[in-house]
Design a protein around this ligand. Structure first.
Ligand code: PMP
Length: 367
């Protein structure tokens, strides 16, 4: 296509599409030689029985997957104590977040999120030409309920709360979530991507409140990020509308089979979750020794503020030189932080050795 023709094509795109950055190709970040601690995966193999379910599903590769994910939704409904009409299944919870934005927001509408939060939401709001209101979490232990109940958050179509939150890892009591849901006449989207690493969850609130949608994913606590399995739970009036705009055959046969099998074998993950909590504590303690200030986390990652006078992006690059990938966020207030996913013991050993080495070199340079 000539450049002139391309310019004409681009100038006809919607204003939202014109605002989008053109992404450079992603870098490949395979497990090796990198220690990949930047996207909060769970680095363990699927339990053997779940793996067998995936292999069996491959034998049905010539068929379309089951319509409307009905068996998977049935299985999730009985595992979590709701009806099938209360459940939607997706290719990860990010597909479901996308549906919520598309179904419930029109251009010019507002949506609110407790901030700092999962930044993908900002892009989803932008794609709907919606206003994105961020309500700062000022107290580590409780939700800013008054602010979420007053303008501008109160003038939104829905309010997003992730508990535990990403990228902080902070967990607020479910009683706080309940106060917000009970007092608000807005839809509250409670994103529980990391909740299996936390002491409590908000699913029981669904029995009492119809203005709540709860999102879950099997990417973090069930080691299935590459398979893409997520769920939304809520009133059938909301869930039915979301299912209505979902692609037919949105999931594949492997995702459906693995989802069902994980639901049947959740107990097989107890050691996995115990390991993550244990390593989270070890990494928190050792990073604190190195002068980092670590936010108390209830997720499978920690947010660590680098020592006084140092810079988060610099630390990310220094670790990457040592083949350790961690996340950095340029957002205000997070410039001096890195987020480190909790991996295997040997991955965390490698990270801690690298962090300690970088600290020592920095100290000797300053002497
Ligand atoms: N919500 C939160 C808070 C997340 O951190 C993530 C992944 N980083 C997701 C949702 C989406 O996860 P997935 O699409 O893998 O289910």
């Amino acid at each position: 296509m000539s450049d002139e023709r391309l310019q004409r094509v681009l100038s006809c795109l919607s204003p939202v599409a014109r605002q989008l950055d053109v992404l450079p190709s992603g870098r490949t970040a395979p497990d090796t030689p990198y220690v990949k601690l930047d996207t909060n995966e769970n680095p363990f193999a699927l339990p053997a029985i779940v793996m067998q379910g995936a292999l069996n599903a491959l034998e049905r590769q010539y068929l379309y997957p089951e319509n409307d994910n009905i068996s998977l939704r049935d299985a999730a409904a009985s595992a979590y104590g709701v009806t099938t009409d209360h459940v939607i299944a997706g290719n990860g919870s990010s597909e479901l977040l996308g549906l919520i934005y598309r179904a419930f927001l029109a251009p010019g509408d507002r949506v609110a999120m407790v901030s700092p939060g999962f930044s993908f939401n900002r892009k989803l709001a932008m794609l709907q030409a919606a206003d994105f209101v961020e309500v700062a979490l000022t107290d580590r232990h409780s939700l800013p309920i008054e602010q979420l109940l007053s303008s501008p958050a109160a003038d939104t179509k829905f309010i997003l709360v992730a508990n535990p939150n990403n990228p902080t890892g902070l967990f607020v009591p479910v009683a706080d979530i309940e106060r917000l849901v009970a007092q608000s006449d807005r839809l509250i989207v409670l994103d529980e991507a990391y909740v299996d690493f936390a002491p409590d969850n908000g699913l029981r609130l669904l029995n009492r409140y119809s203005n709540l949608l709860v999102l879950r994913t099997f990417s973090k606590s069930y080691a299935a990020a590459g398979i893409r399995v997520g769920f939304g739970f809520g009133h059938p009036e909301l869930i039915g509308r979301l299912r209505n705009i979902q692609n037919v055959f949105n999931m594949n046969v492997i995702g459906q089979a693995v989802g069902i099998s994980i639901l049947a074998h959740r107990a097989a993950y107890e050691d996995n979750h115990r390991h993550i909590r244990h390593e989270r504590q070890r990494v928190t303690a050792e990073l604190s020794q190195l002068g980092f200030s670590v936010t108390p986390s209830h997720a499978n990652f920690v947010l660590a503020r680098v020592p006084e006078g140092q810079d988060g992006r610099w630390w990310q690059a220094a670790l990457e030189k040592r083949k350790i990938l961690v996340a950095f966020f340029p957002d205000r207030g997070l410039e001096n932080c890195i987020r480190v996913s909790i991996g295997t013991k040997s991955q965390m050993d490698a990270f801690l050795v690298a962090a300690s080495d970088i600290s020592t070199r920095l100290e000797t340079r300053h002497c």
